[in-house]
Design a protein around this ligand. Structure first.
Ligand SMILES: Cc1cc2nc3c(=O)[nH]c(=O)nc-3n(C[C@H](O)[C@H](O)[C@H](O)COP(=O)(O)OP(=O)(O)OC[C@H]3O[C@@H](n4cnc5c(N)ncnc54)[C@H](O)[C@@H]3O)c2cc1C
Ligand SMILES: *[C@@H]1O[C@H](CO)[C@@H](O)[C@H](O)[C@H]1NC(C)=O
Ligand SMILES: *[C@@H]1O[C@H](CO)[C@@H](O)[C@H](O)[C@H]1NC(C)=O
Length: 584
């Protein structure tokens, strides 16, 4: 890979975005007793199992969903990753970057690079993305809830059920306070204080990190489960959903799944014949769910046939509508020491851009090598054209110098970022192989829709105003104008996309050239397209998809609150329907 140097440079910035007091600690503590007796390694699973509900993916949505369903039926959860409880230190706030950047086949993060040339990551662990993420917790707007067709009262109960276990009020220190004051100074009004709600203006949101920096994840929501009626297998990778033809209804019906454990043994789980209401529920995330539907024969017939997959249902919309909210940033070195903080303050503008911030960059030299390794690993695995996206003639001579000056481990500073609502631009997902462990190919088409670009430009203007504000002044070098900060981002390749630094400067071009991910990707099994309003897969029986793959746009400023809420909400709805209909 001839862009190794550049990508490592980019990486060291992106990974420092939320980097808080990075520390390599060998002193990991191992938990002796497992947290839940019902969570077991799949190699101990019987060859044949039978349950009322089979939930594929014990992620951010799958855990609350399964915990809820266990109160009315027997539930099996199959999660391909490991347990977040074996090593609590690993998911502490201080190891955010370490965990996110691991590249072993057992790591909690599985790296991928979208066709857009942006490094991204997906979860592979019980608790899903909530085990990897930056922890910010904030609900969706009531408009989003209404437009999703959810009952607002029930949704509110579901949010509160989640929050009782995982949401904490953060302590605001100096950097986060300065950005908050700056947002108010530049007109992102009113000030809404600490709030879980999505409100125009500036507010402090909740976090899933407690005061000690311990992460509380969706896996903790399994504390709500009925332990007698739930079985969770980890290191259980589902290869296929099984269908038979339902003659009465004249369509395919899901009746079970095939999964593989870590030692390569295959197992079959069937829906018990106890009730015709039993179902397979896919909660494998925005990449995993459309991928698994395709591997099981539901997707665009031509594409499936090209991979030798037997078509169960020709559904061209599987894998369509993939979207990732573009994130653009400025890194701000500070003349005074800054605290270590992840996202706490957020500015919710009326023009559809959300401003967030993190501080306490501490950058070690080993990062560039480590992250160069990630890029090499991902492109080795997927054969994606990472080096093609960055033409060699555009490499900058001064990069090495910039890196040297920035990689001083005692660098003080932070990052101010903006993410746009939506987005309107969408792309698609396709299989590269028929192995469920491999990444599919994903294209997000950042800024294809000009409205998205407008929001980014307005967001960047707000960030620039914040940096130039009085409230923020003590955290910046006054001999370093904003132009220098922008220039810095151009001299440090941020991603694998072509750069146009020599063209006349425009914020439009800056947005396009330096786009990153905030990991809020969604779509692929959208409501009204692949699933109906009750999240049932259209055209087949006994199958639903419930997770972030069903969204048209990302909820709230950040999605996890609503993803967890959806799991709880749909679990309740399914049980209500099950009992109402069984009594008839
Ligand atoms: C680095 C990062 C930072 C983020 N920061 C924030 C933040 O600060 N605030 C916020 O609100 N959101 C944040 N997000 C986004 C949020 O975490 C995700 O939107 C959310 O976790 C998605 O939930 P999900 O249930 O759709 O998918 P996941 O949580 O990804 O769950 C899918 C699960 O399915 C499993 N799976 C997939 N395929 C299979 C298979 N074939 N067999 C068995 N299991 C399978 C996966 O291992 C995974 O555990 C962040 C995300 C990341 C990655
Ligand atoms: C929403 O749910 C509540 C509580 O279950 C119920 O009382 C109410 O009628 C529902 N509202 C609508 C509009 O369906
Ligand atoms: C990538 O592939 C090359 C060539 O096969 C190999 O030498 C290298 O070790 C691989 N890198 C990683 C990180 O897997």
């Amino acid at each position: 890979m001839d862009c190794g140097l550049n990508t490592s440079n980019f990486s060291f910035l992106i990974w420092s975005l939320f980097l808080i007091g990075l520390s390599y600690s060998d002193k990991f503590h191992f938990e002796t007793a497992p947290k839940f007796k019902f969570v077991k390694d799949a190699k101990f699973a019987p060859r044949i199992l039978s349950f009322d509900y089979i939930v594929i993916g014990g992620g951010t949505c799958g855990c609350p969903l399964a915990a809820t369903l266990s109160h009315g039926a027997s539930v099996l959860v199959l999660e391909r990753g490991g347990s977040p409880y074996t090593n609590p230190e690993k998911i502490n706030i201080h190891n955010f970057v370490t965990s996110l950047s691991e590249i072993s086949p057992l790591s909690f993060a599985q790296q991928f690079i979208s066709r857009d040339g942006v490094l991204n990551a997906r979860a592979r662990v019980l608790g899903g993305g909530s085990v990897l993420n930056a922890g910010f917790y904030s609900r969706a707007s009531s408009r989003f809830i209404r437009e999703s067709g959810w009952n607002e009262t029930m949704a509110m109960f579901a949010y509160k059920w989640v929050e009782k276990k995982v949401a904490f009020e953060p302590t605001l220190l100096q950097w986060q306070s300065a950005v908050k004051d700056a947002l108010l100074e530049v007109g992102v009004l009113p000030y809404n204080g600490f709030s879980l709600d999505h409100l125009y203006g500036t507010k402090i949101g909740a976090t899933i990190f407690d005061k000690e920096g311990n992460r509380h994840t969706a896996a903790d929501l399994l504390e709500y489960a009925d332990p007698r009626r739930i079985s969770v297998y980890i290191h259980a990778t589902v290869h296929k959903i099984l269908f038979r033809y339902n003659i009465e209804k004249r369509r395919p019906q899901a009746y079970g799944v095939i999964f593989r454990d870590a030692i390569g043994k295959m197992h079959k789980a069937y829906l018990s014949k106890r009730s015709r209401k039993n179902e397979v529920i896919v909660s494998a995330g925005a990449l995993g769910s459309p991928q698994l539907l395709m591997l099981s024969g539901i997707g665009p017939a031509k594409h499936l046939k090209a991979h030798g997959i037997k078509v169960v249902l020709d559904q061209p919309l599987v894998g369509k509508g993939m979207a990732d909210n573009p994130m653009n940033v400025l890194v701000v070195p500070s003349p005074i020491p800054v605290e270590v903080s992840l996202i706490q303050t957020v500015g919710i503008t009326k023009f559809g851009s959300f401003i967030e911030t993190a501080s306490g960059l501490s950058i070690g030299h080993s990062w560039s090598e480590r992250l160069q390794g990630i890029f090499e690993f991902v492109s080795n695995q997927s054969g994606q054209p990472s080096s093609v996206m960055y033409p060699p003639e555009q490499k900058e001579e001064s990069v090495a110098d910039t890196i040297r000056s920035l990689s001083n481990p005692i660098l003080k500073g932070g990052v101010i970022l903006e993410k746009i609502i939506g987005p309107r631009s969408t792309g698609h997902l396709e299989l590269l192989t028929t192995n469920p462990n491999d990444n599919p190919s994903v294209t997000f088409n950042y800024f294809k829709d000009p409205e998205d670009l407008k929001k980014c430009v307005l967001g960047m203007k707000t960030i620039i105003d914040v940096i130039n504000s009085k409230s923020f002044s003590k955290f910046r070098y006054h001999n370093m104008p904003v132009e220098a900060l922008i220039d810095l981002m151009y001299h440090i390749p941020m991603n694998l996309r072509p750069k146009h630094a020599s063209a006349p400067f425009s914020l439009e071009q800056y947005c396009i050239d330096t786009v990153l991910t905030i990991w809020h990707y969604h779509g692929g099994c959208q409501v009204g397209k692949v699933v109906d309003l009750d999240y049932r897969v259209r055209g087949v029986d006994g199958l639903r998809v419930i997770d972030g793959s069903t969204f048209y746009r990302s909820p709230g400023t950040n999605p996890q609150a609503t993803v967890m809420m959806l799991g709880r909400y749909m679990g309740e709805k399914i049980l209500i329907k099950r009992y109402f209909q069984e009594k008839k």
